[in-house]
Ligand binder design. Structure first.
Ligand code: IPE
Ligand code: IPE
Ligand code: MG
Length: 258
C-alpha cells in the first residue's frame, strides 16, 4: 500500500495531499463508501451550459474518485447514478444520463481492469435501454475476477421499491415452504436486498448541499456516518474526498452502545 501511495504521489502536484493520505493510512478507512453525486445541473446552470454538460463533467469526477478510493484501500464504492425517480426528467436528459455508462466504460474500462476494480450494478435492469445494460454487463463480465475495489453503480435504483420487492420474495418463499416465517430476521431480510453481497455503507457522502436521502439505501444506511458538502459534484475533488474520509475517521460509532 505504501508503494502504491508513493507512486500516486509522483502523479500529484500537491505534497500536502500526500501527507494527508499517509495520515489516513494510519487508521482504518471506511470499508464501504456510498455517494449521492448531486449538483450536476446546478453546476451547468452556473456556467450557462445545458444540464447535460454537468453530467458529462460529473463523469470525469467518477473516474478520479474511483482511482482514489481504490488507492486508499476502500473495499466498496457505491455511486448513485440514476434513481427510479429520475425518469421524471425530460426525455433528452434521461437519454443522455443512460448513455453515460456506455461512454464512461468505453473509455475507462481498460483502466478499471488495470486497477483491479470489479464493476457491479444494483437497480432495475428491465426498463433500461439495451446500450446501457450491454455496457454494464460487459464491464461486469470483464472485471468479474478482479479482487480490488468493488465499484457498484446504483442505476435505476430506488430503495422503497427494493424493500417492497424483498418483502414480496420473502412472502413467496414462505408460501412455497422454502422459508418459515419465524426464520425471517434482519440478516435474512438483508439477503433479499440488492446489496446481499455487500456490507452496509460505513460512510455516506452527498454533494450539492441537499440534506436528504432521495430514496437511497434506506435499510442499509441505518448506522452509516453521513457527510454532506455544499460542493457540486462536478467540482468534487480528491481533496474533498480526503476531507470526508478524515471526518469519518474522527467519528465515534456506537451502534446504540456506549
Ligand atoms: C445529479 O445531478 C445527477 C443525477 C441525479 C443523475 P442533478 O442532475 O440532480 O443536478 P441538480 O441537483 O439538478 O443540480
Ligand atoms: C438523487 O439526486 C439521485 C442521484 C444522484 C442519482 P436527485 O437530484 O434526483 O434528488 P432530489 O430530486 O434532489 O431529491
Ligand atoms: Mg439533483
Amino acid at each position: 500500500m505504501l508503494n502504491k501511495i508513493k507512486l500516486w504521489k509522483n502523479q500529484q502536484q500537491s505534497s500536502s495531499l500526500h501527507e494527508r493520505m499517509l495520515q489516513i493510512e494510519e487508521q482504518p478507512v471506511p470499508s464501504h463508501v456510498a455517494i449521492i453525486m448531486d449538483g450536476n445541473g446546478r453546476w451547468a446552470k452556473k456556467r450557462a451550459l445545458p444540464r447535460v454538460a454537468g453530467h458529462h463533467e460529473g463523469m470525469k469526477v467518477v473516474r478520479k474518485i474511483t482511482r482514489l478510493a481504490s488507492k486508499m484501500g476502500i473495499n466498496t464504492l457505491t455511486l448513485y447514478a440514476f434513481s427510479t425517480e429520475n425518469w421524471k426528467r425530460p426525455k433528452t436528459e434521461v437519454d443522455y444520463l443512460l448513455k453515460l455508462p456506455e461512454e464512461f466504460l468505453g473509455t475507462f474500462l481498460p483502466e478499471l481492469i488495470e486497477e483491479n476494480v470489479r464493476v457491479t450494478m444494483m437497480g432495475y435492469k428491465e426498463n433500461l435501454p439495451s446500450y446501457t445494460i450491454n455496457a454494464i454487463e460487459k464491464a461486469i463480465q470483464d472485471t468479474k475476477d478482479n479482487t480490488g475495489l468493488v465499484l457498484n453503480f446504483a442505476l435505476n435504483y430506488g430503495s422503497r421499491a427494493e424493500i417492497v420487492d424483498a418483502v414480496k420474495r420473502v412472502l413467496n418463499d414462505c408460501q412455497k415452504g422454502i422459508l418459515e416465517s419465524d426464520e425471517v430476521n434482519e440478516d435474512l431480510f438483508s439477503s433479499y436486498l440488492m446489496t446481499s453481497d455487500l456490507t452496509d455503507p460505513d460512510l455516506l457522502i452527498r454533494t450539492s448541499g441537499e440534506i436528504r436521502l432521495s430514496n437511497f439505501m434506506l435499510w442499509q444506511l441505518a448506522y452509516s456516518e453521513f457527510w454532506f458538502t455544499e460542493v457540486l459534484w462536478p467540482d468534487f475533488s480528491e481533496q474533498h474526498f480526503i476531507e470526508a474520509i478524515e471526518a469519518y475517521q474522527n467519528r465515534q460509532r456506537r451502534f446504540g452502545g456506549v
